[in-house]
Design a protein around this ligand. Structure first.
Ligand code: GLU
Length: 518
């Protein structure tokens, strides 16, 4: 059932869009925007559209578009319409819609809402210099200066025509009238008002014939019948220009409802979380690994450091939203059911990497092992553990999963099940090592050689028996035994480990350590 309050004006279906510019790695804030769009669409039986906003040729980055779709696929947030998924409103890549935008820009000029501007870069620099000397508080191209510039508002119609006929490069700018107020109601922030005296005459169509984001976003939201536009708060300052364009081109009834999502902040709450902050603090900020095609620099992603998509989605959902209860773990289906835009917070949400890992750990515990077994296997293989038998791997995962917060921890926590530890922390044993213990382990090797059934309780029974025959407490022998098998002071129960790695390997590891302790 579609919630009546969410549909107004000309819309008969909820249609939302994520509109990324393919300029690099996908920031977790971007994924959260996708998620909120997706949840809202699914909750209201609507469509989720991905539109690629690639009109800024200078910022185009090879491979970034494919990468964005891979990230969405990993997160399980599949669009209903996109470049990849097709749809009635294709093309979904703005660079392929170039002709459409020009038509609307020209329409605006004809109606007196926009104008041609022929100013050269030098003239624009000179304008800024003039404004600086005048002590002007802003250096913008706006109502206060435009009549001094080289544009069709100041020139006579025949002068403008002549420049156009001569092929003089130009841009089309919106004509923002001073002394007006632009009002709109944001679904998260409520009523918002902008004074047009502070709004500049933004470029709508660039000299290369491409639209700017401002024009393209409005035209496409209209043509694609977008009913709700959710985007990051950083776009709020652009809202007045967009609203004026809606008013001039299509009428405000056709305009989607806006929701500007709160920022994701640095852990200390001091400003927006950037890639630089995340690098400095040692955690990822991108959904997946991103390799910059120019510099070849690799930036690690949540996926590759070992996050589960279920956990990633869950932790992003609650960064700026909660359902009003204490519940923290949500499946995607639960999120679809419970999500509501009026429970999205106004204030920014601090990102806490330790809490993010907690979510992942909870999901490791919650999901059936078979959901992520393959990823662990691949990670072990990438680290040189090639011979992995499925049933054995499943047992290892069960034994160590409580100790793993990231999937990649399964290597550090479980490699010794597959191969002898590369180093043995004999230093932790040496201080309390003596001839009695040496004798115990020598006897243990002998005993274990003849153990009829190689399994946990039998191994433990024998271990204790030999210990008491040597007047030693099993407690003092457990740590050396663990270090011999694992290499350090970690891992699950020692008899579980011994029973898993088998008789020969257990004996080999004890003997190897004994030789080191000589
Ligand atoms: N293309 C803009 C971006 O890169 C999208 C903003 C919007 O959703 O309106 O974030």
């Amino acid at each position: 059932m579609v919630d009546a309050i969410y549909l107004c004006g000309m819309f008969n279906k909820v249609r939302v869009r994520f509109a990324p510019s393919p300029t690099g790695g996908l920031h977790l804030g971007g994924v959260r925007t996708v998620l909120y769009n997706y949840l809202f669409a699914k909750k209201h039986g609507g469509d989720f559209i991905v539109r690629v906003e690639d009109t800024d040729q200078a910022r185009f980055v090879e491979g970034a578009e494919e990468y964005i779709f891979k990230c969405l696929e990993w997160c399980g947030l599949v669009p209903d319409e996109s470049v990849l998924h097709g749809g009635e409103y294709a093309p979904y890549r703005q660079s392929e819609r170039k002709a459409t935008y020009r038509q609307y820009a020209e329409q605006l000029v004809k109606d007196g809402y926009a104008y041609y501007a022929f100013d050269t870069p030098e003239e624009l620099d000179a304008m800024r210099e003039r404004l600086k000397t005048k002590g002007s508080h802003s250096l913008q191209y706006d109502h206060s200066i435009r009549m001094e510039m080289n544009n069709s508002l100041r020139l006579l119609p025949n002068e403008t025509q002549e420049l156009l006929d001569r092929g003089t490069p130009y841009v089309i700018r919106i004509k923002v009238n001073p002394n007006e107020f632009v009002l709109f109601t944001d679904m998260i922030r409520g009523d918002i008002e902008f004074d047009t005296n502070n709004v500049d005459d933004k470029v709508l169509l660039k000299a290369d014939g491409m639209p700017t984001y401002h024009l393209a976003v409005v035209v496409d939201d209209y043509l694609m019948k977008i009913s709700h536009a959710f985007r990051g708060e950083e776009w709020l300052p652009s809202a007045p220009v967009h609203i004026l364009l809606w008013k001039y081109l299509f009428g405000l009834d056709a305009m989607p409802q806006w929701a500007h999502l709160p920022l994701i902040l640095k852990p200390d709450g001091n400003g927006k979380l950037s890639k630089r902050d995340a690098d400095r603090l040692g955690f990822p900020v991108y959904a997946m690994d991103w390799r910059d095609p120019k510099s070849s620099e690799l930036t690690r992603g949540f996926k590759e450091i070992g996050f589960l998509p279920e956990a990633f989605i869950n932790l992003l959902a609650v960064l700026g939203w909660n359902d009003g209860t204490e519940q923290e773990i949500f499946t995607l289906d639960e999120l679809i059911e419970k999500f509501s835009i009026d429970k999205v917070h106004k204030g920014g949400a601090k990102f806490d990497f330790e809490k993010a890992k907690w979510y992942n750990q909870e999901w490791i515990k919650k999901l059936p092992v078979t959901n992520y077994e393959l990823r662990i296997k691949e990670h072990l293989q990438a680290n040189g553990i090639l011979n992995i038998e499925e049933e054995y791997l499943l047992k290892v995962i069960e034994l160590v999963k409580d100790r793993c917060t990231l999937l990649n921890d399964f290597y550090t926590q479980g490699a010794f099940f597959f191969q002898a530890p590369p180093t043995i922390d004999t230093d932790s044993v040496k201080a309390k090592w003596d001839e009695k213990k040496n004798l115990f382990f020598t006897e243990l090797v002998r005993g274990y050689q003849f153990t009829p059934v190689w399994e946990h309780s039998e191994l433990e029974r024998e271990f204790k028996e030999i210990a008491s025959a040597n007047q030693l407490k099993p407690g003092e022998l457990m740590l050396p035994f663990r270090i011999m098998l694992v290499g350090g002071k970690f891992g699950p129960g020692v008899f579980d480990i011994a029973s898993m790695i088998g008789k020969e390997e257990t004996i080999r590891r004890i003997e190897h350590s004994l030789s080191l302790l000589q």
